[in-house]
Ligand binder design. Structure first.
Ligand code: PNS
Length: 164
């Protein structure tokens, strides 16, 4: 186990797909900084601070050590944030094939911007291969059951957003 990895994303909200990547990431890295993109201007269901609170509660819920997982937010370029945090690795989860092209583009762009930072991919657990925050939000909004797809602390907050 070595080093610090940044696990960046929108996390609107964090799903069980994300927590399974975090669990796997802890096998490989000493510390993971979960970094929420500060994109209040973008259409988001939850504010950045709500998203950070839910990540924090989910980390506690999964029984992971808070000494090894930090929750933060960032603005601007991800590689700039990685440099400020002395991290050499960006951690991303890979799900279905559809993720591949977008992730390849981002990884290559980030390598172009800072060749010292490596992107490391972890394959999503097959149980969560098709779990994406956007789909979870849509299903919850339409009254479908998402209780197995999000960490327990997220569910009441998600349902409250849709008056369910
Ligand atoms: O969960 P997401 O929405 O797929 O995460 C995307 C994220 C936050 C990793 C990406 O949008 C990002 O890194 N944004 C910061 C701006 C940046 O560095 N852009 C250049 C890299 S392509």
């Amino acid at each position: 186990m070595r080093g610090i990895a940044i696990y960046p994303g929108s996390f609107d909200p964090i799903t069980k797909g994300h927590t399974s990547i975090l669990k796997s990431g802890l096998v490989a890295f000493e510390k993971i900084i979960v970094a929420v993109l500060n994109n209040e201007s973008k259409e988001a269901l939850f504010s950045v601070s709500e998203r950070m609170e839910m990540i924090h509660e989910s980390v506690v819920d999964m029984g992971a050590s808070l000494e090894r997982i930090e929750v933060d937010s960032f603005d601007g370029l991800l590689v700039g944030y990685a440099r400020r945090r002395n991290a050499r690795v960006i951690l991303r989860g890979l799900r279905a094939v559809a993720d591949f092209e977008y992730e390849l583009q981002m990884a290559n762009m980030n390598r172009h911007l800072n060749p010292e930072v490596e992107t490391v991919f972890i394959m999503a657990n097959d149980a969560y291969f098709y779990v994406a925050s956007n789909l979870v939000k849509e299903v919850a909004r339409l009254g479908g059951n998402v209780s197995n797809l999000v960490p327990a602390p997220v569910l009441p907050r998600l349902l409250a957003k849709f008056d369910k």
